[in-house]
Design a protein around this ligand. Structure first.
Ligand code: ADP
Ligand code: NI
Length: 217
């Protein structure tokens, strides 16, 4: 198989595996991240084959939906890429990207660095922002039967990785605990620029949300 055929086979595999997934982490999320990653790559010096494979496989078995197992995703990606006889070095790089892409509350050390990880991480973060980011947050909150908002449960910015994963706080808290922090954590210039527009949109949304909540509008 040439590289193009490997990408197509990977997309087909991911689409099939994510059938019935939660609406914020389904094939459409992957397709958006894949497109964002290709866009950002245009202004970065990266191995585009690795970027595309990692974007396609980054949520193939998210720990959130696999009893917290953080090896499930990288292992599944590795096994699949081995069946396509992809070079070992490339498989290892893709595994490392999947292991290190996640936010997990932001209060943890990332152990692997590469420009390909930077691109895929920005692409994934962009999909957590803006109109799509808002839609995904409420979809996930609904999936978990969370409250939308509770004025007496303030956001917690000190959570470590375990507390972040266990949290069952209202969906609006997630904006302060993650979504609004992302624009200052972007890795690439393109990512940062797109994040800023999406960030502003979320701020406007929140302002309107509180006004309606209090019956002012
Ligand atoms: P990461 O995979 O980077 O660790 P998360 O797992 O925190 O990111 O979340 C991925 C997406 O899932 C978020 O951008 C958001 O849309 C949704 N999500 C995750 N946790 C929550 C939450 N507590 N409330 C609302 N949405 C959430
Ligand atoms: Ni993702």
């Amino acid at each position: 198989m040439n590289k193009e055929e490997i990408i197509i086979a990977t997309a087909t595999f991911v689409k099939k595996e994510l059938k019935g997934a939660e609406g914020g982490h389904d094939w459409w999320h992957i397709e958006r991240v894949w497109n964002n990653a290709k866009l950002i790559s245009q202004s970065e010096n990266v191995n585009i084959f690795i970027v595309e494979l990692a974007a396609l496989l980054h949520d193939i078995a998210d720990a959130k939906f696999n009893d917290g197992d953080e090896n499930a995703g990288p292992e599944k990606a590795k096994k699949f890429l081995e069946t396509l006889l992809v070079e070992k070095e490339i498989i290892t790089h893709v595994e490392n990207i999947i292991r290190n892409i996640s936010f997990k509350g932001g209060n943890f050390t990332q152990h692997f660095q590469s420009s390909e990880l930077n691109v895929v991480q920005d692409a994934d973060r962009l999909d957590a922002l803006g109109a799509i980011g808002i839609a995904r947050a409420f979809n996930y909150g609904g999936f978990k039967n969370r409250e939308m908002y509770n004025p007496s449960e303030p956001p917690d910015l000190q959570m470590d990785k375990e507390a972040y994963k266990k949290s069952s706080a209202p969906t609006l808290n997630h904006f302060y605990e993650k979504l609004l922090l992302l624009k200052d954590r972007m890795n690439t210039a393109t990512g940062r620029q797109l994040a800023e527009e999406r960030h502003r949109f979320m701020e406007i949304f929140l302002e309107q949300f509180y006004e309606e909540w209090e019956g002012k509008k």
